[in-house]
Structure formats: C-alpha cells, structure tokens
Design a binder for this molecule. Structure first.
Ligand code: 2M8
Length: 462
C-alpha cells in the first residue's frame, strides 16, 4: 500500500480507509504490543494479538513478528498462552477483572515471571495462522533469512501451545478443545453458553465493579450483571484450584467442548504443518501435527446437528449438545478439508434465512446469532451483532476452499461496513450502526488484511 507519504486530504475511498486503519493500530501501539482498544480493553488479548499481527504484517513485518513474540514471552510452562497479559501502565479502574484480581495466578508453578501478570485462561489459537501470514508478507513468495529466523523462533512455542490444547484441554482425545469459561471462547455472552452457565450455582462473592459499562454508549450492548456474576464465580473457582488443570477438570462446573475454538486449532495446525516444513522440523513433528488435524476434523464431524445443519458445542457436565444457532456452527468451514456434501450443506445454511438470507439485513454478513434463534438481540455483544473478525475467519475459509465469489462478497461488504461505520468492535446487522468500542485494533487489522488481499486471482481472471 503506497499511501503513507500522501497528504491525508487527497486520499479517498480504500486508500483513506487503509490510512485510518493504520492510525488506529498506531494509536493503540504500546511499544512491542498493541492494546485491544484504547478505552474498553487497555491490555494485550491473546487472539486479538493474532489478528493484529496479520494487519501489522502489511505495514511492517518486523513489528508484526514482535507483536506475536511479545505475547509468547508470557507463555505458561504448560504451553498455555494466557488470554490477557496485563498492561502495568493501564490506568487503575480501567478494566475489571484486572491484574490485582488475577495476581494469585502467578502463584501457580506454571505461571511465567510477573509482573506483568497474566490471566490463567486462554483464547482461540489463531497465532500460527498469523505467523505464517507474516512470513508470507515478508517474503512475497520468496524466502528471506530474517522471516525464516522468526519462524524458527516461534515454531517451538506454537508447537508447545498446540500440544497443551491437545492434551490438557482434550484428555479424551476427541479432537475438541474443552473450555473452562465463556471468556475462553472469545464469544463471551453468546447464547452458545446460556444452558451451561445457567447450571452454574454462584456462591458467596463480594460486589464487583463494571468499568466496561463506562466505555459504551449503551450498557445494554454489554453482558448483564447476572452474566458477570457467573463469569467471576468461574474465575474464583479456577483460582481456588490454583489453576491446576487436572483439579479444574475434576471439579469445575463449566466444562464445554467449543467447536469454533477447536476448528481454529485445526486451521492453525494446518499453518503449523507448513511452518514445520519451512523450518525443517523433524518428520515426527509433521506426523504429529497431521494427526492433530485429522483428529480435530473427526471431532467436529461428530458434533454435526442434522436438524439445525450446524456444528454444536458439547456440554461435558450435562453430557449433551448445546443447541443454538450462531456463527460458531460454521466451525467446520474454518477447519477446512470438508467433503463436498458437508460443504454444500453449510453454505446452504449460511445463505438461508437463518443467516445472510434473513430479510432486511444491511449487508450479506452473518449476524453472530441467527435472527431465528429466540435469544437473538441485534445490539447485544455476541448475541446478534456482526463481528468483523468472525467475517474474516469465514472469508479466509472461503478463500481456502475455493469459494471465491462468496469470499469476495464477504470482503467487500465488510470493508463497506467499516468504511461507513468506523473500526467498531461490532455492528448492528439491520442498520450497520457501529457498536461497542469504536477503535478496536482487530477491526483495523482485518481491514488492512482485506485491503491488501484484493479480489482473488481467479475472480480477476473471470
Ligand atoms: C471481549 O472479551 C473480554 C474478556 O476477555 C471482555 O469482554 O472484557 C471478547 O470480545 C473477546 O473475544 C476479545 O478478545 C476481548 C478483547 O477484544 O473482548
């Protein structure tokens, strides 16, 4: 993108959008890492970091590599990558639960040196995909010593991270990752978790602040107090178990196989397999990673719901699937490697009135929860709004499966939505109104990636 040297006033359309996206990332740049948003999220979040690194890869590949490596500097001994690394310089009372609340996690023998403190949860493992995109952006198809050195540095860390998820988080060997908290899914208050959360009995707790409500125009866009009581109770239980995985697995009331998380892991393992080849890792590594990919795809297929024609999460405590119609149900698309009939069914569901075929949508972008789900709410966080990062995952899945027209529709509509609205965290599906945080780093990052990706070659030739 040759736009940086031009005066802002002469830039229009897509070039101006690229400049604005870059500004958001610069403004949230904390020196080696990027806060998720300037007001609502002043710390480093794990999967945000992956998306941010992909955006930065189009501006400065060295800086993009640093973004990922800074996060991995706080990897736990088990291989876990924490969901938040807390910014010691963030203003007091800016985010809850903040570092003080999580400090005791540092007492775990597996925690990294602190400060900075980390949370002891994790988030979807998008990082290997980001690492490979940085390498590709740096090389433009050709090998460069610096980019390959970065891959050599990050590869063992990524392998340890994936191994953690495939072992501690899947003792059953199902290919599906178990989460301990809705925050681990990244889709916090999605109806996906309602039934499993309702079964959690909240015990004695001191009152807690809601700093998040001070940063949004309308508090009803955020999770309710009742949601937060359950979130904090689950955190208390994880801390009470001293973050010990086996103890949590035995005693925790919220243990759920998350299909979207698991699908991202499959896609990340595809990227890791490619990285293992680029760094000349052993044949055993490649075999192990390939076995993780097949196990993940089998696991996702086992969670297919023929009635909803979506893939469903599974509640280990209640021993039953969690029925909801959300974009997470398209997990097998993200995982890739689909048989033609499964791909066709998923695309039909996506185009149906349950998702982008629903009448009156501002753009053909899927609401996070289907308007046909009784719990749909077009303004509330993960219960209905359109999320650019989820659209990025779907777009990328379409590119990978060769669904170029659909990919292009998602890319164009998403860029229009951002250009019209701002780099918002999420958007109202019928009006396109920007909601949540207004300068969300990962929205700027995926916009940069979309701008740099252009229509796919096959489409241009047509
Ligand atoms: C949201 O989650 C945090 C808790 O982790 C929150 O609401 O306070 C989610 O959208 C999550 O996916 C995202 O990583 C995070 C920062 O953008 O915000």
């Amino acid at each position: 993108m040759q736009v940086k040297s031009l005066p802002r006033s002469v830039l229009v359309g897509r070039e101006a959008l690229a400049v604005r996206a870059e500004e958001v990332l610069r403004q949230n740049d904390m020196g080696g890492w990027t806060r998720a948003a300037s007001d609502l999220y002043p710390h480093q979040w794990s999967w945000d970091t992956g998306f941010i690194a992909m955006g930065l890869a189009h501006l400065d590949t060295r800086r993009a590599a640093r973004e990922l490596l800074t996060l991995f500097d706080h990897q736990w001994k088990t291989g876990k990558v924490p969901h938040i690394v807390f910014n010691p310089k963030a203003p007091a009372h800016s985010y809850f639960p903040g570092p003080d609340h999580w400090a005791c996690a540092a007492a775990s023998p597996d925690a990294p040196p602190a400060p900075p403190y980390t949370s002891c949860l994790c988030q979807p493992p998008i990082h290997a995909i980001a690492a490979l995109r940085i390498w590709e952006a740096a090389n433009n198809g050709k090998a460069s010593a610096e980019a390959t050195a970065f891959l050599c540095d990050v590869y063992p860390r990524l392998l340890a991270w994936h191994r953690y998820l495939l072992t501690y988080r899947d003792p059953e060997g199902s290919g599906l990752v178990t989460i301990y908290h809705p925050w681990e899914s990244g889709t916090d208050n999605s109806p996906r978790w309602d039934a499993a959360l309702e079964a959690v009995e909240v015990g004695e707790m001191s009152p807690h602040p809601r700093y998040d409500l001070e940063h949004v125009h309308d508090p009803s866009q955020r999770p309710t107090d009742a949601d937060y009581d359950r979130y904090l109770w689950l955190v208390k239980l994880v801390k009470r178990a001293a973050c010990d995985e086996a103890t949590i697995y035995r005693s925790h009331p919220f243990l759920v196989k998350d299909v979207l998380f698991s699908a991202i892991l499959v896609a990340a393992n595809d990227a890791l397999l490619e990285i293992s080849r680029l760094v000349s890792a052993s044949h055993e590594d490649a075999e192990l990673i390939s076995s993780w990919i097949s196990r993940g795809r089998r696991g996702l297929e086992s969670r297919w719901d023929p009635e909803l024609r979506l893939c469903l999460d599974y509640d280990l405590r209640a021993a039953k699937p969690l029925r909801s119609r959300t974009t997470a149900g398209f997990a097998p698309l993200v995982a890739g490697g689909l048989r033609p009939w499964r791909l066709a069914t998923l695309l039909e569901t996506l185009r149906s009135p349950s998702f982008i075929g629903y009448p009156g949508l501002r753009r053909p972008l899927p609401p996070s929860t289907s308007p046909k789900d009784p719990r749909f709410n077009p303004r509330s966080y993960w219960r209905g709004p359109v999320w650019p990062v989820i659209d990025w995952l779907l777009w990328w899945a379409f590119v990978r499966t060769g669904e170029h027209q659909l990919a292009e529709r998602v890319r164009e509509s998403s860029l229009e939505q951002i250009a019209e609205g701002s780099f918002a965290e999420y958007f109202e599906p019928f009006t396109g109104e920007p909601l949540g945080s207004r300068e969300q780093s990962w929205t700027a990052a995926v916009a940069l990636d979309w701008l740099a990706s252009g229509p796919h070659r096959e489409m241009q030739a047509a």
